[in-house]
Design a protein around this ligand. Structure first.
Ligand SMILES: CC/C=C\C/C=C\CCC/C=C/CC(=O)SCCNC(=O)CCNC(=O)[C@H](O)C(C)(C)COP(=O)(O)OP(=O)(O)OC[C@H]1O[C@@H](n2cnc3c(N)ncnc32)[C@H](O)[C@@H]1OP(=O)(O)O
Length: 276
């Protein structure tokens, strides 16, 4: 039985960040063992170092505590996540840039390969890194009239191989190539048509309830058999980054600190502000 009563684990009260804020809240339903992980960095849940560190710690703790399922959602029902915080890119101080990219790698490795079944409750727009988080889960429920996609080329940047693999494993190579090269953002309805998401929801309550329904599929399945099967299916994709982390970090630093990319990002940020 899925009861609405949730307990907030001690971990949600912990402060993982040096910003002295809780950017990620974790609430575990003590009847079902399902954890709801809520991103709460207004206005758009852009992923900065502190948020990524909190998310990474939460995923580790949910692994250790053997959560029976994870629902990843946003505290806003306008934006799931605007992707990586572009301000992290313009701060080209190498120490922080390294920590930032390493934290993103950590989050992806932990989420993509998590033992628990994972659902992205995409209750808002999900461009770029927001789409990556959603793609890392096993199932995607998205609010109507939102957008999702890997739009990196529109910013003049190149999505790393593990971003590409995450999409390819969901919608296949042909559509991934078209989507990434054009930086296509799909509407919810288009995303459903190409299998980028699995279900459409009317509002956040409906999305949470559909996410819970997906997790109910595993009520009578052995957690060991389920997670081993997931490991067999996803293991190679995870290992391909684990084995190349250093080279991936170097490629990111070299690329992002180049004059050309920095100029492009500045123009993109200005266009975001003008779009208001
Ligand atoms: C070989 C390869 C190796 C390495 C290659 C090198 C690089 C690696 C690639 C790195 C990968 C990057 C992936 C990313 O995630 S990049 C981020 C891409 N994100 C976006 O393009 C999203 C942009 N935002 C939007 O489209 C809209 O904001 C959104 C639809 C999400 C919400 O719209 P809404 O109208 O609700 O809000 P806005 O008014 O637009 O925004 C509010 C304020 O938030 C600021 N904002 C928005 N997005 C970001 C962001 N991603 N980072 C930082 N700040 C962001 C926006 O400017 C507004 O700020 P103010 O004007 O209010 O100050």
């Amino acid at each position: 039985m899925f009861l609405r009563r949730s307990v907030t684990l001690a971990m949600s009260l912990k402060n993982y960040s040096s910003e002295a804020k809780n950017l990620v809240a974790v609430a575990v339903n003590n009847q079902t063992g399902v954890a709801t992980v809520t991103l709460q960095r207004p206005p758009v849940n852009s992923l900065n170092l502190e948020l990524l560190n909190e998310l990474s710690s939460a995923l580790t703790e949910l692994e250790e505590k053997k959560a029976r399922g994870i629902i990843l959602k946003s505290s806003s029902d306008s934006v799931f996540s605007a992707g990586l915080d572009i301000h992290e890119f313009s701060n080209t101080e190498e120490g922080r840039l390294k920590k930032f990219w390493t934290a993103l790698q950590d989050v992806w490795i932990k989420l993509y390969g998590h033992s628990a079944p994972t659902v992205a409750c995409i209750n808002g727009h999900a461009p770029a890194g927001g789409c990556l988080l959603a793609l890392s889960c096993e199932y995607r429920v998205m609010l109507k009239q939102k957008t999702i996609g890997l739009n990196e080329t529109k910013l003049g940047i190149v999505a790393p191989l593990w971003f590409i693999a995450s999409m390819e494993n969901v919608i296949g190579r042909r559509l991934t190539e078209l989507s990434l090269t054009t930086g296509k953002m799909y509407t919810t309805e288009e995303a459903l048509k190409i299998g980028l998401i699995d279900e459409i929801a009317e509002d956040t309550n409906d999305a949470v309830s559909k996410s819970e329904n997906f997790l109910k599929l595993f009520q009578n399945i052995s957690p060991f058999a389920r997670s081993q099967t997931k490991k067999f299916i996803r293991g190679n994709t995870v290992q391909s980054l684990v084995k190349t982390r250093e080279a991936d970090l170097k490629a990111f630093i070299d690329d992002i600190t180049s004059e050309k990319v920095q100029k492009g990002l500045k123009v993109y940020m200005e266009s975001l502000k003008k779009g208001k």
